[in-house]
Design a protein around this ligand. Structure first.
Ligand SMILES: NC(=O)c1ccc[n+]([C@@H]2O[C@H](COP(=O)([O-])OP(=O)(O)OC[C@H]3O[C@@H](n4cnc5c(N)ncnc54)[C@H](O)[C@@H]3O)[C@@H](O)[C@H]2O)c1
Length: 338
């Protein structure tokens, strides 16, 4: 059995689908603070007999201990997605981010050790690199995060290193770039309130007549002047987690891997693909640059490819198509549950 913390959230739920479809037992632990019971119900529908759910907050160590006691002897490893991850909010409320991300993780690692579980896959982020000296970014790039969210994730990476030395807790840190797309069968997708990520915000605007969309600066040193980021498909990312699990169970070593497509795409390119997929046009306004945005960020993911055997199988257009299909369905779900 694999424990998936934050398994009702965007990326965690896609990891649950991947694991269930490969025959694993999955114990999803989530407070549902940032996610929805409808997602949990959908996961149950995939496999009633292999999917388990416990609604708890990881900040509460007693609840966490009770859950690990209940499934004692059945858990092989943990995939740890649960976190707060909005950069701007973390700048305003750093304490909230350190408490939720760092304290929860500390509780989890201690409870794992107390229950004899020594394997964890951790959701880290390219935000731990801050503003890197060069692109593409490989795993040896210095980690100098520039906001409390990135700092909280780097602190957790460091705690994992100390727990490996002291207790033999082996961890794979997966540093994701920008995650996009949805389940190709339309069962789940990105469902955040408020939504802060670029693609779902663009797609939501299509359902909001007269909406205008801001591009923050078109005078960067990039081909079309808009910022370039690395957009990785959520199903490809879920697959990387299963490969990381297999690698960890076979090799029992701690390591870190970047997960990105190695191809940067500009904000304008994303708009162009959205227009093509939706056959709709948006009012787009170019405004001032935002403080702290760098021109280009994209991954060198060759280590994940060569060591884990990871492959990118979906294109940017595949991701936009699945995300748009999901957004159409989500608009219906939201109306229904209101
Ligand atoms: N989305 C991205 O582009 C991206 C990029 C890099 C890294 N990440 C990391 O990936 C992970 C998943 O991101 P996501 O986009 O799926 O986020 P999400 O907000 O959709 O999911 C997080 C889930 O964790 C749960 N959660 C949060 N704190 C909890 C706690 N204390 N106890 C129990 N449950 C808790 C939430 O209810 C939610 O279901 C996060 O750790 C995030 O930092 C995401």
């Amino acid at each position: 059995m694999i424990v998936v913390t934050g398994g009702a959230g965007y990326i965690g739920s896609h990891a649950c689908v991947n694991l269930l479809e490969h025959g694993f037992d999955v114990l999803c632990i989530d407070s549902l603070e940032l996610s929805h019971i409808e997602t949990v119900n959908m996961l149950k529908n995939i496999s009633m007999s292999h999917f388990y759910f416990e609604k708890i907050d990881l900040k509460n160590k007693e609840d966490l201990t009770r859950v690990f006691d209940k499934y004692s002897g059945q858990i092989d490893a943990v995939m740890h997605f649960a976190a707060y991850s909005q950069v701007e909010e973390s700048v305003k409320y750093p304490g909230k981010y350190f408490r939720n991300n760092v304290v929860s993780s500390l509780n989890l690692f201690e409870v794992m050790i107390e229950h004899g579980i020594y394997s964890i896959i951790f959701s880290s982020t390219c935000s731990t690199y801050g503003q890197p000296p060069q692109v593409p970014i490989d795993e040896s790039c210095p980690q100098n995060p520039v906001n409390p969210y990135g700092m909280s994730k780097l602190m957790i990476e460091k705690i994992l290193a100390a727990f490996d030395t002291a207790h033999g807790l082996k961890s794979i840190k997966l540093r994701y770039f920008n995650v996009i797309g949805a389940d190709a069968r339309g069962r789940i997708g990105e469902w955040h309130t408020p939504e802060t990520h670029l693609l779902p915000r663009i797609l939501k605007s299509y359902f909001n007549e007269g909406a205008t969309f801001n591009i923050y600066g078109d005078d960067y040193d990039t081909d079309d002047g808009t910022c370039v980021r690395d957009y990785v498909n959520v199903e490809d990312l879920a697959e990387a987690h299963r490969l990381a699990y297999t690698y960890l169970m076979e090799n029992k070593v701690s390591d870190a891997f970047n997960l990105g497509t190695e191809k940067g795409s500009s904000v304008k390119e994303i708009f162009d693909i959205c227009s093509k997929v939706t056959a709709k046009k948006l009012n787009v306004v170019v405004t001032e640059r935002r403080a702290g945005d760098c021109a280009k960020l994209y991954a060198d993911a060759s280590k994940a490819k060569s060591v884990l055997g990871w492959k990118i199988t979906r294109t940017l257009e595949d991701s936009v198509r699945s995300a748009y299909a999901w957004e159409q369905k989500l608009q219906g779900i939201i109306k229904y549950i209101k």
